[in-house]
Design a binder for this molecule. Structure first.
Ligand code: AG3
Length: 302
């Protein structure tokens, strides 16, 4: 991925309107050497390096607060609901009775927040490799990370691959909310991890992960799709529009351990959202519709 090699902060382009007095910061995530997404920020809330990655938190003008890891935009206050609702409510509503949920990655807490909205969920285990991401998100992104202190949450700062290998039939739903599949996130998209995750699921368990975008990450998406299908015969992809991710269109994979009800192949929720849960993107109609793939996406994952 070319993006990490590039400078983070670009000088304001001369054709841009003037910003607030005192200057401003332009941040670009490059999607290729020739294009990217650029946002203007009022201030840098944090920049530093953890043992695993470079972490940047920005107060942007249009997207609210933004978390950037190794140059890749992870989440923004303005559009995080799309990604977090879709990576969580699709698997949770595909499962008839999700009680134990494991989230791998997702140190910003957005997936935890959404999972806790299901009253049948008794315990959410968050396994994040980078404790510094969790600490910083609690401090700077309370709207996203605010549920991490809930008594139903078990927080483990640990390598997700190791954690999953050490658990058998322990979870009804496993959600992998990882960064792009480079460095420490790469094993999370490989067959040995998918096999371990299948073992860690209880019978009838459901698996979901982000599977990159079809516009700029077609090769990565194809590799993930082919690998997941080898391990989970019942696997399917779905899409959502995330404005701040490369290409604006993002994909997820849903798979199930089998049992009588193939969660992915049915493309349909097995239960409605619990009453009183208000979502901004997810609806039962969106659940079904998200599995309808444009032809160019079908060709990528074929
Ligand atoms: N994790 C997946 C983000 C992938 C975005 N990639 C990129 N910008 N190149 C998001 C974490 C949100 N909890």
């Amino acid at each position: 991925m070319a993006l990490n090699k590039r400078p983070f902060f670009q000088p304001a382009a001369s054709n841009q309107p003037a910003g607030p007095p005192g200057g401003h910061i332009w941040f670009t995530e490059y999607h290729s050497p020739a294009s990217g997404i650029t946002v203007r920020a009022e201030k840098t809330l944090f920049t530093g390096k953890s043992a695993f990655q470079e972490i940047v938190l920005l107060e942007t003008e249009d997207y609210g607060r933004m978390l950037v890891l190794d140059g890749a935009i992870q989440t923004t206050e303005r559009d995080e609901f799309v990604y977090h609702e879709m990576i969580v409510h699709v698997p949770l509503c595909a499962h008839p009775r999700p009680r134990r949920v494991l989230i791998v990655g997702g140190g910003d807490g957005g997936c935890v927040r959404e999972a806790l909205r299901h009253p049948e969920v008794e315990r959410v285990t968050l396994v994040e490799i980078d404790g510094m991401v969790v600490e910083l998100c609690r401090k700077f992104l309370p709207k996203i990370a605010g549920s991490l202190g809930d008594p139903r949450v078990e927080l483990c700062i640990e390598d997700g691959v190791r954690f999953v290998k050490n658990h058998t039939r322990a979870f009804d739903v496993i959600i992998v909310d990882s960064t792009d599949p480079v460095n420490m996130a790469s094993p999370l998209t490989r067959a040995p991890f998918f096999r371990a995750a299948k073992e860690a699921l209880a019978p009838g368990g459901v698996y979901a992960c982000q599977s990159q975008g079809p516009v700029f990450e077609a090769r990565g998406m194809r590799r993930i799709a082919r690998t997941i299908r080898k391990v989970f015969p019942d696997a399917a992809h779905y899409l959502a529009s995330v404005p701040t991710y490369p290409g604006g269109m993002w994909s997820f994979a849903l798979a199930s351990k089998g049992g009588k009800r193939p969660a992915a192949a049915s493309f349909a929720p097995s239960r409605p959202l619990p009453r009183g849960v208000k979502t901004r993107y997810y609806t039962p109609e969106i659940h079904r519709a998200a599995f309808a793939l444009p032809r160019f996406v079908q060709e990528i994952i074929r």
